[in-house]
Write a protein that binds this ligand. Structure first.
Ligand code: ZN
Length: 517
């Protein structure tokens, strides 16, 4: 309790300064924390029955951090501008029959932990009954201490089901039963969840060939949460995989109601879909690429590469790069014309394990951080768009923390008065979507750019159980700023820091993205 007393002294000293927005607030959060924090001597078994692991000041290590979070961050709505939830589940107001359906199905983060814990694949992706898979997960959870899964698991159980118990083999049955009861209520239908977490808007991730019928149904339903598509044309770049590419072009022909016999017809069909997405409120594109493409070629060369792929001949690596460079330039131009924001997810090395790829397919937990050089191609790509006067708003997501300062400095080269923070260094994603790496990203952005203009967090999730990730990010953000306030590195002034927190939680993204929310 020594640390708390010391912080109280700091706070009392700060309260005598003229600029202290928190001066008149009662220290309720502090006393609650002091009351419930266990002494080191208290055993794990005791503490699980006498306190919550996820208490109201979870991750908030200073008094200033607690005040920032509770007064400025906690109540902000959510704008989840990049995720992978199925729009058809929103349109249908899906109800989940059990904890497996809403929580474990398709979750490759959990599968990786279970495999690492020696669990048989049958309990991850196999045909074992759902409840047994959940039990295998419950047995694994105590082994995930210090992995973000341990935090996320208990934060999610608390926020969705009010469950304070630690998940392990002994609590699995109670937690399964209790969650099952609550999942049958309206509050935990998809619409109930979106309302419960104050989700103002969601941007899904959609292929240009998707018909977007669920989005039209949602828009017509009057659902309070706005659900927008986002344009993700990654498959348009795959001239090195002619079989898959041609199957995809056939779908593009159907979606665009056009015949694609040439490169120009291909580009026209993509543009038609871009226009259609815009008509349904889409204001973002997204691109999952290892590195930027910036080896541009004449249109005639791109057309020749296209024709060969259509005839079944795989493009060589350099040809694919040149073809992709031209298309990415077009996407950037179209995005700039329409005022969209372009997102680049850079640096994932996918499907590292051939044996597992063959037996389980993609997106099953065998991807890692890659280490491609990012600066040259990214700088060249952004510069080419900028020179043409067609640089859209950009969010760069980086998967390799070694490149944090590359991106944090690159964004500063292309800012202009068309939008504050026009080029963004996006939130830590995937393997960097946790406390330590979020802090790295926030520090690099603060040191080289303007944290105050940051558009903040997104879930990037396939699950409806992920909205507490915004809470997690907000706690990390407030903890970082609160420590700076108490150490004197930034003014201990709620009126200065608090509105910045609020903006990073919601306001910046709301103004920046132009979604009308
Ligand atoms: Zn994503």
């Amino acid at each position: 309790m020594v640390a708390i007393a010391a912080h109280s002294d700091v706070w009392a000293a700060a309260a005598s300064k003229p600029c202290v927005n928190f001066r008149n607030l009662k220290p309720t959060h502090i006393s609650a924390t002091t009351r419930t924090r266990p002494t080191p001597a208290r055993s794990m078994l005791q503490s699980r029955f006498t306190m919550s692991f996820i208490h109201e000041d979870f991750l908030l290590s200073t008094k200033a951090a607690r005040r920032l979070y509770h007064e400025y961050a906690e109540d902000q709505p959510i704008l989840d501008y990049h995720c992978h939830i199925p729009p058809q589940d929103v349109a249908a107001n899906r109800r989940f029959r059990n904890l497996f359906e809403i929580w474990l199905e398709g979750d490759h983060y959990k599968w990786r932990a279970m495999r690492t814990n020696g669990v048989d694949e049958a309990y991850c992706t196999g045909n074992v009954p759902p409840e047994e898979k959940f039990r295998a997960w419950a047995r694994t959870v105590p082994h995930t201490l210090r992995n973000p899964l341990y935090h996320w698991t208990h934060l999610e159980l608390k926020r969705y089901f009010g469950i304070d118990e630690l998940l392990d083999e002994s609590s699995a049955q109670r937690i399964w039963d209790r969650a099952g009861e609550l999942l049958a209520t309206d509050e935990l239908s998809v619409h109930g969840i979106l309302a419960k977490f104050k989700v103002r808007a969601v941007c899904t991730t959609d292929d240009p060939t998707d018909d977007l019928a669920p989005h039209q149904a949602i828009a017509a339903s009057g659902l309070a949460t706005r659900v927008f598509p986002a344009f993700r044309p990654d498959k348009a770049l795959n001239v090195h995989l002619p079989e898959a590419f041609n199957a995809w072009v056939a779908r593009l022909e159907a979606a665009s109601n056009s015949s694609i016999g040439s490169y120009q017809a291909f580009v026209d069909a993509l543009k038609k879909r871009h226009d259609f997405f815009h008509s349904l409120g889409c204001r973002l594109s997204d691109h999952g690429i290892e590195h930027a493409y910036a080896d541009f070629c004449p249109d005639a060369e791109a057309a020749a590469i296209f024709d060969r792929a259509r005839a079944g001949h795989a493009a060589a690596p350099q040809e694919q790069t040149r073809f992709a460079s031209n298309l990415m330039l077009l996407f950037g131009q179209w995005n700039a014309e329409k005022g969209w924001t372009q997102q680049l997810h850079l640096g994932a090395r996918r499907n590292n394990n051939t044996r597992r790829m063959r037996s389980l397919g993609a997106d099953t937990g065998f991807d890692s951080i890659g280490d491609w050089p990012q600066a040259d191609a990214l700088g060249t790509y952004l510069d080419r768009l900028d020179q043409a006067g067609s640089l859209p708003k950009i969010v760069l997501y980086n998967l390799n923390p070694a490149d944090n300062y590359v991106l944090a400095t690159m964004i500063g080269c292309f800012q202009d008065s068309s939008a504050a923070g026009k080029i963004q260094f996006g939130s830590g994603w995937w393997f960097l979507d946790q406390k330590e790496a979020m802090t790295w990203q926030l520090n690099a952005l603060s040191s080289c750019g303007l944290l105050s203009r940051f558009v903040g967090m997104l879930t990037d999730s396939r699950s409806f159980m992920s909205y507490p990730r915004h809470e997690y990010f907000r706690r990390v953000l407030c903890n970082l700023l609160g420590r700076d306030m108490e150490s004197g590195e930034i003014p201990d002034c709620g009126e200065l820091v608090g509105p910045m927190v609020r903006n990073i939680c919601y306001g910046n993204a709301s103004r920046f993205l132009g979604l009308g929310v």
